[in-house]
Design a protein around this ligand. Structure first.
Ligand code: TNX
Length: 520
């Protein structure tokens, strides 16, 4: 067994065989250490077959009732570029087929096993989630051209899979990305496109930063003015926009089918100017504030002493929780510079009580540790490791988003036109070369990692792609693969092979000079 890239020193590469007409034929077994799967699987062995398994017009995707949805999804992802029929059937498995089977052993739901040999491909897992992740690996084992949405000629060698045995399972349960739709608004089409791009790398959380000073982007039944007024502009004074309840349902449904949980955030008690501009009673003056393209941070605040404030907090989180199928609600809590410590603690606790009352798990930026919260919650580390350490000691679970490595809104280098740079320049090396354990938080408290994309400078889907890719791929590997399996040079080698994959998907990624992207 070969565990991980750094350990792959074994030259399994090429077996020489003699064919019947006595010419020496190379059995072109792919060397295991030439594989380019990201995140790197827990273990990859050379399989027993010779040559490759070719997907042909005869290849079928064999399923059972339990695996049918994943089989259909896999077939649908391979058909456009290949043009192969890839019929999905519950018939008996034949040689050359790709079979998806749910087993009843004890592997966790996200784990999968994939065996490719002369008889076909067999993907097994204990739950559909594992089959979905195994399908992502299987697609990455095919030539890069498979990623396109238009029919292409088969590449040299055809649509072929290497003979491998993969056993895989994630290191962390929380492998997230965050998109700020408040500073600039992004619609359903853009959000679901981002989901597609993320799940290909086994990311399983999308945190939506839905409210901030510059906009309120989620329609709540009792508060039409939050979107009717607070959703009408953005950080540049542009047209803004918001997600209707129906839009939000489309996103959460789409995500759920791809095994991704949406984590909605309403940020409070700071970062609330869009709410203050929409609801007069939340202001000490009794009159709405003006909404405009503010670029300051943490200067707005809810006022704990106003009679409207507590009912507002309770109602907003109760209604958001009622619309949200996933188990988490994020209450923000960052940078409340205009809120007294006592008021901060009382308002954060009120939000947490409403979220728990609705049966959900509260999540907040690391500052919420200062609210002295009783009972379970999740803290998101971004700036001050000591706050994260303190939250963990108090029993919280911690998500690691250290700004200097995980922030997708920071520039790659001095030449990057988009993005901010307060946390430094982050190219693909810095985005990869860190570990969740670095901050000194107790390992048992860490539930995973998340890459936030703040949108002060991000206005188009291409901007999202350019800042997220390829850095978010590194975070996906940090969240999924074990540290012992990770090495920067091997990662950069594999990443280079993902250039054509991203390009085939039309993703406008940053061609970092640290990576050999091959011939252009
Ligand atoms: C800090 S990270 C913020 C955001 C900004 C971001 C810009 C955090 C919890 N708050 O309000 O958009 O920096 O990088």
């Amino acid at each position: 067994m070969i565990a991980g890239a750094s350990a792959i020193a074994v030259a399994v590469a090429v077996a020489i065989g003699v064919s019947s007409d006595d010419t020496v034929a190379v059995i072109d077994h792919d060397p295991i250490d030439a594989l380019t799967v990201i995140p790197i699987p827990r273990s990859v062995d050379t399989g027993t077959g010779t040559g490759h398994l070719h997907l042909t017009d005869d290849t079928r995707i064999v399923v059972t009732d339990e695996s049918r949805a994943e089989g259909e999804r896999l077939a649908a992802s391979l058909r456009p570029a290949s043009g192969l029929p890839l019929t999905v059937t519950d018939a008996e498995r034949r040689s050359g087929d790709v079979a998806l089977v749910i087993t009843d052993d004890t592997d966790p739901a996200e784990a999968y096993r994939l065996r490719i040999d002369d008889t076909g491909a067999l993907l097994t897992a204990t739950a559909p989630t594992g089959l979905f992740y195994g399908s992502q690996t299987l697609r990455q084992l095919l030539p890069a051209e498979i990623e396109g949405s238009d029919l292409v000629d088969p590449p040299d060698g055809g649509w072929r899979l290497p003979m491998v045995i993969v056993r895989d399972a994630p290191r962390y349960e929380w492998r997230g990305a965050m998109l700020d739709v408040a500073r600039h608004f992004f619609d359903v089409t853009t959000i679901v496109a981002y989901i597609d791009q993320l799940v290909a790398y086994k990311i399983n959380r999308l945190h939506l930063h839905l409210t901030d000073d510059q906009g309120w982007r989620i329609e709540l039944p009792s508060w039409p003015d939050l979107t009717g007024i607070g959703g009408q502009t953005d950080i540049d004074g542009g047209a803004g926009g918001w997600l209707s309840a129906d839009d939000y349902r489309r996103i959460t449904d789409y995500a759920a089918r791809r095994h991704l949980t949406v984590v909605p955030e309403v940020d409070m008690p700071g970062h609330v100017n869009a709410a203050l501009a929409s609801v007069g009673a939340l202001n000490r003056s009794g009159r709405p504030s003006t909404i405009g393209g503010t670029t300051t941070y943490g200067q707005s605040s809810l006022s704990a002493e106003l009679p409207a404030t507590a009912p507002f907090i309770t109602s907003v989180f109760t209604e958001l929780a009622a619309m949200t199928p996933g188990p988490y609600i994020h209450l923000g809590g960052d940078e409340a510079f205009a809120t007294s410590p006592e008021d901060y603690a009382s308002m954060v606790r009120l939000a947490i009580a409403a979220i728990r009352e609705a049966g959900k798990i509260p999540v907040g930026w690391e500052e919420i540790v200062d609210a002295d919260i009783d009972g379970p919650y999740t803290a998101q580390h971004w700036l001050d490791p000591l706050k994260a350490v303190r939250a963990a000691r108090g029993g919280a679970q911690v998500i690691m988003s250290p700004a200097g490595h995980a922030y997708l809104d920071q520039k790659y280098d001095a030449q990057t036109a988009l993005g901010l740079d307060w946390a430094g320049h982050i190219d693909v090396d810095s985005a990869y070369r860190w570990d969740p354990l670095d901050a000194g938080v107790e390992p048992e408290a860490i539930i995973g990692v998340e890459a936030p994309l703040w949108s002060e400078t991000v206005t188009t889907p291409d901007d999202i792609e350019y800042l997220a890719f390829p850095r978010v791929i590194g975070l996906a590997e940090i969240g999924w693969s074990g540290t012992a399996d990770r090495a920067l040079d091997d990662y950069l080698r594999r990443l280079g092979a993902h250039g054509p994959r991203l390009a085939a998907q039309g993703i406008d990624f940053h061609r970092s000079p640290l990576v050999d992207w091959g011939p252009t």
